[in-house]
Design a protein around this ligand. Structure first.
Ligand SMILES: Nc1ncnc2c1ncn2[C@@H]1O[C@H](COP(=O)(O)OP(=O)(O)OP(=O)(O)O)[C@@H](O)[C@H]1O
Ligand SMILES: [Mg+2]
Length: 532
């Protein structure tokens, strides 16, 4: 059995109002609903503002003329200001709740051609949230004189949502692909992280902190985040990039925040500074752990208030930018050691992402190998290829236990560049690979090149021979302990970092004693490391 059609609509105080003698020649949206042969309307709820009572009565009379079988229920709405979102939503919400809809026997259509935009939006929301269990309908003026005009039903059905959702998913995938420089990476953890970053990049301007070992791609990712933001029109200003390790002494303040003319001897002209250059864009502070404490204080003010004082200025200037920072230091340790402001860290790491080392993503070596070959082709114009055997040999090494890649993409890029340069006629053979692998093994041998600061400290303090006698199991733990002790002002401070969890559980244990005993097992006291 066909359901009864029920219409809900707002009287159009302009569109439904026409001079009496011309009113049948002109298009009136509410009336046009009743002039259609394809639509038999059982009931209409016609809402109107109190001051339009007369117009409403006239329109209702005309409806009865063209469609005597329709029952019109006039709803005098108490909306004072039809542009006030809260008021309109409240009134329509009340109307929806007090009207006994029966979607089983009624086909409910919500007419949104009339009424202010605010009314239209509120009706949309009420339909979408199913407070009104119906479909939206729009009417439009006729193209020819005898037609009643257009009518289109906007069905917020699930299929439509699926299509919208599919579009969002595509956009998101495109964002992530851009972040990955188009490399078809396979590592699930890495891919999930790129999805998340792409979502953050296009929907937030809050600071982003990029962590991860050297060469893991932090700087490249920062540039890709900016490219994505630009593609989605989230930024208009410049991308300003600075490596904080290159900012030293007095010059650092002035490079970042600028100075006024005559701020110090030699300041013959004013300088804008990097923060102001980044206004409306993105400031990428690479190796942010190297920033001095004075610079940190001014930077904090700049990101919290969008203002700061250039060197020698007595007035503050404004600059608003998105901050991206990168570091391979553990800033929590730095903060605990008093070298990094904890309040600045808290502002910087609203979003923080740790890029994995290459050896944690073995499945991504091959797609990155192809990417590197493509880079070589673009740089030199020569298409270099591996023989099947050579490729298999390289990948077996690269993804196996020997593939340490301490410099991550820097190492991979360098290895491929060497292979490509030495390959006769652009063809990499298995013997070329063997030669490169020998080189990599030598370069990565622990004695030649301790892989991190902790290993280096261990070798220094114990001597190469004693260090090499330790199991890797002990080396790893000792290296990390030494690194933390070296970054701390006292053994007690180091203990607080190293035993933070058990400390929180047990109250106040003697951390420095525990640490002293551990170090003593290796013939160390800790004193040789403190305040180095
Ligand atoms: N797939 C890749 N992802 C990221 N970087 C890559 C990739 N392939 C090659 N590279 C290159 O690897 C090098 C190291 O990357 P990048 O400078 O972004 O690392 P980083 O994490 O910033 O290192 P550092 O901590 O030393 O500054 C760059 O030359 C970069 O272009
Ligand atoms: Mg970098």
């Amino acid at each position: 059995m066909a359901r009864d059609v029920v219409i809900i609509g707002m009287l159009g105080s302009n569109l439904d109002r026409m001079p009496r003698n011309e009113r049948w020649e002109r298009w009136r949206p509410t009336i046009s609903l009743f002039q259609r042969e394809d639509l038999l309307i059982r009931r209409m709820h016609l809402l109107h503002a109190p001051e339009h009572s007369r117009l409403c009565a006239e329109v209702v009379a005309d409806i009865q003329l063209v469609s005597p079988e329709t029952t019109v229920i006039r709803g005098r709405s108490l909306i004072q200001d039809p542009w006030d979102f809260e008021e309109v939503y409240g009134a329509l919400h009340d109307m929806a709740r007090s009207t006994p809809f029966n979607p089983e026997t009624e086909d409910i259509l919500v007419h949104i051609t009339t009424g202010t935009h605010v009314v239209q939006i509120c009706l949309f929301l009420l339909v979408e949230s199913r407070h009104i269990p119906g479909r939206l309908v729009q009417t439009s003026p006729p193209r020819s004189k005898d037609s009643p005009g257009g009518l289109s039903v906007i069905d917020l059905d699930l299929g439509r949502y699926d299509r919208l959702a599919a579009r969002f998913a595509t956009e998101r995938a495109e964002g992530a692909a851009l972040l990955k420089s188009g490399i078809p990476t396979q590592n699930a953890h890495f891919n999930a992280m790129m999805d998340e970053i792409s979502l953050v990049a296009v929907s937030s301007d809050a600071p982003i902190l990029l962590l991860g070992p050297t060469g893991s791609g932090k700087s490249q990712l920062a540039a890709q985040i900016v490219a994505l933001k630009r593609a989605r029109r989230r930024i208009e200003g410049q991308f300003v990039e600075v490596n904080c390790a290159t900012l030293r002494g007095d010059a650092a303040m002035s490079a970042l925040f600028g100075h006024v003319k005559g701020a110090y001897t030699g300041a013959v002209t004013a300088r804008e500074g990097l923060l102001r250059a980044a206004n409306g864009g993105v400031l990428f502070l690479d190796e942010v752990g190297e920033l001095g404490l004075d610079e940190q204080a001014t930077l904090l003010r700049a990101i919290e208030h969008g203002r700061f004082a250039p060197v020698g200025a007595d007035q503050e200037v404004q600059s608003r930018f998105q901050l991206i920072t990168g570091t391979n230091r553990d800033l929590t340790v730095e903060a605990q050691a008093g070298r990094f402001r904890a309040d600045l860290l808290a502002r910087m790491d609203l979003w923080s992402f740790t890029l994995p080392a290459l050896r944690e993503r073995p499945e991504d070596i091959e797609p990155n190998l192809d990417y590197e070959l493509e880079l070589v082709r673009r740089r030199s114009g020569v298409a270099v290829t591996f023989s099947a055997e050579a490729r298999a040999r390289f990948l077996a090494f690269a993804t196996g236990p020997e593939g340490l890649w301490p410099g991550n993409f820097r190492d991979l890029g360098a290895a491929i560049t060497r292979l490509a340069t030495l390959a006769p006629g652009g063809r990499v053979r298995v013997e070329d690979v063997e030669r490169e692998l020998t080189r990599l093994r030598r370069a990565w041998s622990p004695a030649a090149n301790p892989t991190d600061a902790g290993d280096r400290l261990g070798r220094e303090l114990l001597g190469d021979a004693a260090w090499d006698e330790l199991d890797r199991f002990d080396q790893v733990q000792l290296a990390e302990v030494l690194r933390v002790v070296q970054a701390s002002p006292s053994l007690a401070a180091a203990g607080r970092v190293l035993f933070a969890q058990s400390r929180a559980r047990r109250g106040s244990p003697n951390d420095s004693d525990r640490l002293r005993k551990y170090l003593a097992g290796f013939g160390l006291t800790g004193a040789e490391l403190l305040r180095r």
